[in-house]
Design a protein around this ligand. Structure first.
Ligand code: RTP
Ligand code: MG
Length: 159
């Protein structure tokens, strides 16, 4: 029987089109993931159709930024990661910083969005905000991924 030293949590992290478009920023963000002791469980480069964007952000339909958000997220390549770590969800969101880039620059200048974000919409990264969203979003980006199978075959210490 395996002895487990750590308790891992899964999250979905996305590098948005503004950051993927810049090779140095993409590389810096990849390094940040590694430096923060995340396990990269899966990784995928993809481009959304407009309909994927609309489906993923359906909860924001009607908000003033919905159209530009949908347009932006289907405007070019993205990179999605399934990440595992202790407190993965909170940790990744802390690294990202506040949604609004100009607020991030004042309140938390060392965060990803403060350092690399362009606007409140083109804000470099996404991260699941709860274990329920992580589950939904992992299935959205990685429909072929089975958490159950991963637990049993690759990561018996996950809880
Ligand atoms: P997220 O969902 O990306 O983790 O960020 P969040 O909860 O902090 O932000 P949310 O309000 O859910 O917004 C989702 C995404 O919509 C874009 N947005 N643009 N004022 C604007 O132009 C604006 N507000 C939000 C951002 O790309 C944000 O991440
Ligand atoms: Mg949100």
């Amino acid at each position: 029987r395996v002895r487990c030293a750590r308790v891992l949590q899964l999250t979905l992290a996305v590098i948005k089109p503004d950051a993927v478009a810049h090779p140095l920023i993409l590389e810096a963000l990849h390094q940040k993931i590694l430096e923060n002791n995340f396990i990269i469980v899966r990784r995928k480069d993809l481009i959304w159709r407009r309909s994927d964007s609309e489906r993923f952000y359906a909860e924001h339909k009607g908000r003033f930024f919905y159209q530009r958000l949908v347009e932006f997220m289907s405007s070019g390549p993205m990179r999605a990661y399934i990440l595992a770590r202790e407190d993965a969800i909170t940790h990744w969101r802390e690294l990202m910083g506040p949604t609004k880039v100009y607020r991030a620059r004042y309140t938390s200048p060392r965060t990803i969005r403060a350092q690399y974000g362009l606007t409140d919409t083109r804000n470099t990264t996404h991260g699941s905000d709860s274990s329920e969203s992580a589950e939904r979003e992992i299935a959205f980006f990685f429909p072929e991924f089975s958490v159950q199978h991963w637990l049993e075959m690759e990561e018996p210490c996950f809880r």
